[in-house]
Design a protein around this ligand. Structure first.
Ligand SMILES: Cc1ncc(COP(=O)(O)O)c(C=O)c1O
Length: 392
């Protein structure tokens, strides 16, 4: 673990927070700050701006005076819209009482952890994984426990026995991000069923991070715990407007959970942000109501980008990767690479292409690099031309 240099401050902070390691993706991006001609593929976002109908939703809300506090769990119209949207997607009845609006997916993760984790408790996470999920547990003095997927021929497989073996009597939840960042791995329905069964028996929570559920290339939507959970099951599904509607900067997400849980979430929302931004919630309403053609369009764009990247990277001698069926990342293993952080810094310095180092997603990710392909084909082709000499 890289420890941050302690800041020279006039008074002490919580040691645990002072000593948290900084993001390794940022360590690469900051090393290239201001570089001309850079093609940044390191962060998990599209190069497309938010579609106009979403902006219109926000503009109309501002003009109509929606500038006040809203209920902690979100405006009723958006909660109803999300309930209808998820019911349609999952072919199950989701009620308004099951829905809570949050100020982004990562905010939802932190809020949920605040309702579950006391110091010394642990959460078992399927890894490699976007680092913020484990960091939320650590920030609450909990213990993030990693249950690694197994790398097989450039792809990843879940070992349920290994996952369950990580759980003990201080485990409060199992955290599954499917489709996964960075791997693009998708849990199978039978794996989700086994996890749900285990959580029911142990009376612990199953947290599903499903922010990539719409970015799926071999079926309409990824399998979910929401497909199989009864209303009283210990299942919390976390979602976001960021990825499917190109709204990363808006900071809007939601949680689906048993009806009785929402009021507790509302209590912690009160002292975190007292609800998501009012007019942004109206933008979310426009996204849900009018967004299906846009979602279909970007999925098709990403499918073509995925095919291009898989084909080109697959032809590079040192690269091993399986074609991802979901999310917008190529996560690939590089033969002979010992230090992914140093390699990513070298690639950006020499070739002007920003990649995320695999180590950013945990020790299991060392030896791998992540490329976000939610970018125009022209830019991707140029980036692949540039990195080819380093990977062949
Ligand atoms: C797995 C995962 N969960 C949650 C998020 C949070 O997204 P946001 O906070 O933009 O809603 C991300 C963003 O990259 C992610 O990759």
């Amino acid at each position: 673990m890289t420890l941050m240099k302690l800041p020279n401050l006039p008074a002490r902070l919580r040691p645990l927070v002072e000593e948290m390691s900084g993001s390794r993706i940022r360590a690469v991006s900051e090393s290239a700050f201001g570089k001309t001609g850079l093609i940044p593929l390191w962060f998990g976002e599209s190069d497309r701006v938010t579609p106009p109908f979403v902006n219109e939703g926000a503009k109309k809300a501002l003009d109509a005076g929606h500038t006040f506090y809203t209920p902690n769990r979100g405006i009723p119209a958006l909660r109803e819209a999300v309930a209808g949207y998820v019911s349609g997607l999952r072919k199950r009845k989701i009620d308004v009482e099951n829905v809570t609006i949050t100020a982004s997916g990562v905010n939802a993760i932190m809020l949920v952890m605040q309702t579950l984790v006391s110091p010394g408790d642990n959460v078992v996470l399927v890894t490699p994984l976007w680092p913020n999920c484990a960091d939320a547990v650590s920030a609450l003095s909990g213990e993030p426990r990693r249950a690694s997927l197994t790398a097989v021929n450039g792809g990843w497989k879940l070992d349920l026995d290994r996952l369950f073996a990580q759980c003990d009597d201080r485990t409060r939840a199992i955290f599954v991000n499917s489709p996964g960042n960075p791997t693009g791995w998708m849990a199978k329905p039978e794996e989700l069923r086994a996890i749900l069964e285990f959580c029911r028996k142990r009376r612990i929570w199953a947290i599903a991070d499903e922010v990539y559920e719409r970015l799926v290339y071999d079926r309409p939507v990824s399998p979910s715990l929401v497909d199989i959970a009864t209303p009283d099951d210990p299942v919390i599904s976390i979602n976001s407007f960021s990825k499917a509607w190109c709204m990363t900067g808006w900071r809007l997400g939601w949680v689906i959970a048993p009806a009785g849980y929402g009021d507790t979430l509302g209590k912690v929302i009160e002292f975190n942000m007292s609800a998501a931004t009012s007019f942004v919630q109206h933008a979310g309403l426009a996204a849900i109501r009018e967004g299906e053609p846009f979602v279909a369009e970007i999925v098709e764009q990403y499918r073509q980008a995925r095919d291009l990247v898989t084909q080109r990277l697959g032809g590079m001698r040192r690269v091993r990767m399986a074609r991802p069926d979901a999310a917008f990342y190529a996560f690939f293993q590089v033969d002979g690479m010992k230090d992914s952080l140093a390699t990513a810094k070298e690639i950006v310095a020499k070739h002007g292409v920003g990649l995320a180092p695999g180590i950013a997603f945990g020790p299991e990710g060392e030896g791998w690099l992540r490329l976000c392909f939610a970018t125009s084909k022209a830019k991707l082709s140029e980036a692949l031309d540039r990195i080819e000499p380093a990977l062949s």
